[in-house]
Design a protein around this ligand. Sequence first.
Ligand SMILES: *[C@@H]1O[C@H](CO)[C@@H](O)[C@H](O)[C@H]1NC(C)=O
Ligand SMILES: *[C@@H]1O[C@H](CO)[C@@H](O)[C@H](O)[C@H]1NC(C)=O
Ligand SMILES: *[C@@H]1O[C@H](CO)[C@@H](O)[C@H](O)[C@H]1NC(C)=O
Ligand SMILES: *[C@@H]1O[C@H](CO)[C@@H](O)[C@H](O)[C@H]1NC(C)=O
Ligand SMILES: *[C@@H]1O[C@H](CO)[C@@H](O)[C@H](O)[C@H]1NC(C)=O
Ligand SMILES: *[C@@H]1O[C@H](CO)[C@@H](O)[C@H](O)[C@H]1NC(C)=O
Ligand SMILES: *[C@@H]1O[C@H](CO)[C@@H](O)[C@H](O)[C@H]1NC(C)=O
Ligand SMILES: *[C@@H]1O[C@H](CO)[C@@H](O)[C@H](O)[C@H]1NC(C)=O
Length: 909
Amino acid sequence: MAMATIRIAIALYFWLFTLSIIHNCIICSGNNSNVISCIETERQALVSLKQDLYDPSNRLASWVGEDCCKWSGIICHTITGHVCKLILRGPPLQYFLSFTELDAHRKTSLGGKISPALLNLKHLHHLDLSNNDFGGNRIPKFLGSLASLRYLNLSQAGFDGMIPHQIGNLTNLCTLDLHGRTRIVNLYFNYFNGYAKNLQWLTHLPSLRYLDLSDVELHHASDWMEVTNSLPSLVVLRLSHCNLSFNSIPPIHHINFSTLAILDLSFNYYYSENTSIPKWVCNIRSLTSLDLRRNYFIGPISEGIQNLTSLMHLDLSWNYFNTSSIPRSLYELSRLEVLNLQGNQLSGTISSDIKNLTSIVSLDLSWNDLEGKLPTVGTQLCKLKEIHLSGNKWNQSISQVLDSFCGCVSDGLEVLDMYSNDLCGRLDRSQIWKFKALTEIYLYSNSISGHIPASLGNVSSLRSVDLSHNHFDGSLPESFGQLTKLEGLYISNNYLEGTISEAHFANTKKLIWLDASDNQLTLDLSPNWIPPFQLGGLSLGSWNLGPQFPIWLRSQEHLTYLDISNIRTDAIVVPSWFWNFSAQLTFLNLSHSHFQGRIPYISKIGNDSLEIDLSYNHFEGQLPCIASKVIGIDLSNNNFSGSISHFLCNKPWELVDLQSLTLANNQLSGQLPDCWSKWLNLRIINLSSNKFSGNIPSSMGSLISLNSLHLRNNNLSGEFPMSLQNCTELFALDIGENNLRGSIPGWIGSRLLKMGIISLRFNEFYGHLPDQLCALSSLQILDVSYNNLSGRIPRCFNNISVMAQTSDYYTYGFSYTFGNYMTFMEELLLVMKGRAGEYNTILGLVKSMDLSSNHLSGHIPSEMTSLSGLISLNLSNNLLVVEIPNQIGEMKALLSLDFSLNLLSGEIP
Ligand SMILES: *[C@@H]1O[C@H](CO)[C@@H](O)[C@H](O)[C@H]1NC(C)=O
Ligand SMILES: *[C@@H]1O[C@H](CO)[C@@H](O)[C@H](O)[C@H]1NC(C)=O
Ligand SMILES: *[C@@H]1O[C@H](CO)[C@@H](O)[C@H](O)[C@H]1NC(C)=O
Ligand SMILES: *[C@@H]1O[C@H](CO)[C@@H](O)[C@H](O)[C@H]1NC(C)=O
Ligand SMILES: *[C@@H]1O[C@H](CO)[C@@H](O)[C@H](O)[C@H]1NC(C)=O
Ligand SMILES: *[C@@H]1O[C@H](CO)[C@@H](O)[C@H](O)[C@H]1NC(C)=O
Ligand SMILES: *[C@@H]1O[C@H](CO)[C@@H](O)[C@H](O)[C@H]1NC(C)=O
Ligand SMILES: *[C@@H]1O[C@H](CO)[C@@H](O)[C@H](O)[C@H]1NC(C)=O
């Protein structure tokens, strides 16, 4: 929050600054109460304007009646009555917005056509149509004839196409803001809002003080520098995310920019130009703010930057600056308040000259390769409120680090951000108690040990504390219960122990996120406890929950994330209210615990999708029905029993979002119902190790997104399912250990081209191994052992290119994340070196072929020896004759080779 405060302070500063610019320009008054009535021709113009606009939320409802000066968004001149300002700005847009949020914004935006009747407002000084949605239309050319305009703001209004040159006719213009909304929708889309081939037209605007063309594509406008340099009054220039080229600028002999204060050239990263900061930038002495974030600037930070002595705000983050230390020239910028060097390749230590930055408020050096000891700055940088040093290699203990800030810095510091730094030492032996103004502290992913100091509980301003992934031991101090402003507490993955009681939360009214998993903590709360907070996220993995399921959870109506997995308490019954208690949940993890009970249904009303992991528990009874918003569910390794018909076939008309269904290792039985056609999003099905019988239903053929199908170890019968021909995305098929019979169809090789894993072991398949299997170039694991296959081994197996390569680790298909939280990892029962085992994490490394225990006859084709990537080949217990091929020595990756129990003869090569 402190970050936010500072940002607001800075934003306010620039805003006031901008406001003063605008006010110098605009003379029409803001008080309409003296005006009697508006001018009729102007009223009619506004009526026409309204008629042509699309206004889904009726924002122009007040545009009725005679006195248009009283209509919303309209300001008339106090004396003349002319409309001088038209402010139709839409509701504010956040910096990052999902497409859904953008859609919602659309519903409150103005759109449609802008009527040329606007030209009848001859005295219009100020036109603001920002934050609307003009649906990709071009900016109307006739705006260039609104000769009185001084302020034109069409930012984030959804305009696209070429910027009309006619805007260059607005010779009185002081402010021109055309910035787009690309950054808002997606920072990394190669997408712009409009374009210009040159900027010559701007040269007619001598009064221009504020120019923002961010998100407008300007890669053809190589005159951008020449033109903006010729604008004599320019104070603010923003060309962020314009696909600008810095190399193709024609040489400029004289840098004017005598009034330029704010220069923003950030996000022009499309050219990988490998250029250093342009020299001319360092000649704009008037600059107070320079933003060169996310470009392709390389090499050292220019020495000339020290000439920008007025700079207060400097952002060079996410470039490729790679000097062996922070250049001394930066330390000469004594007015700097914000310095951001995050995400570069700066190495070496920080010099003690950093003390010269006496105005600094926010310092960000995170994500570089800095190391060594921090200089002692505690008594010099007295204005410092935020320090970001994460992602470096400070070779220090936390006590030494904090010592270097003791003094006025520790008195005033609000944000201490030092995660992922290899810091060691004990926090309880440090001077952390001196940091009385902290609002945020991030120390996660270090090696800090000792107790969590109780003194932190006295820092009443604390909002966010992240100490996770360290070596803290002892208990959580009760003083944390006094942190009335605390919103986030993250202490997971430490060695904390002891009980957490009501006192720990006594006054934490604002707590939203508590992550304390992977410790040895025990929850001890009275059953009637009423928490003072409403959590959004709770993670109590590996806790001891006490004898009862935590009833107080029921009060947490906004919970979106709940992880109570690996619970150390035995036999907790999950009460039935739990299964419909929070409509907001998006992640629920109760896995690897000893939870018991039946699950009637899992309801979900909220809009977002839900991922559920209840695996490895003792849940029993019928499978619950699930809501259509569930996208992943893992109920494996429980005692669920009965048929799955109601689960699959309930409400057959309703489409379901489910992508992953894992029911392995239960007692489920009966036939697999033929109701798969509504489960069109399924990518993962695992029904292994149950008691299913009957055929594989044909509706499985409608699962066109299916990647992974595991039906191993059931009593399924019938032939190889024809319907799978349509599952062309299939990567892993495991139908081993069933009673399937018939021949192995050749279409596998022509239809299922993405197959990586096929396991048919322990069935009754007979006939030949089809030659078409050789077309499966990605096949890594083929197991057809223990069937009744006969005939020869196909000669073409050398076409299976993955098996023929001795290459690395494959990830495609073996693991991926779906939704936001759950990760899918492919797993398979494999027999290697005579031993059967479940393989998962290393499965991507395995290449194996097992044709053992069949009736295969004839030679071992010599082509097989080119499968040099195989680590296991088992041909044992067949009827293969004659010699082992000579080139067998080429199969260098082999760890296991079994030719036993055949009719082989001759020498071992
Ligand atoms: C606008 O004018 C009215 C009437 O003269 C006056 O009462 C009011 O204070 C003025 N408002 C502002 C913001 O100047
Ligand atoms: C233009 O409008 C946007 C969005 O309403 C606003 O954020 C921005 O400050 C305005 N630009 C100027 C120069 O006033
Ligand atoms: C407006 O601009 C266009 C193109 O720049 C020019 O041809 C035209 O003469 C200008 N009109 C006026 C009224 O200045
Ligand atoms: C600098 O500005 C002056 C007028 O403000 C102009 O005449 C001159 O051409 C400009 N120089 C450059 C290099 O654009
Ligand atoms: C950005 O500039 C490069 C270099 O000229 C060009 O190839 C690319 O098409 C431009 N990107 C867009 C989206 O116009
Ligand atoms: C910085 O300013 C000094 C003195 O005005 C000048 O000599 C030097 O060339 C400037 N450096 C750069 C890189 O512009
Ligand atoms: C920092 O300040 C000290 C003392 O005023 C001075 O000697 C030193 O040169 C300065 N360092 C830099 C890099 O400007
Ligand atoms: C495969 O899909 C086609 C077209 O959707 C359909 O006509 C056909 O019956 C399906 N085949 C199988 C075996 O399900």
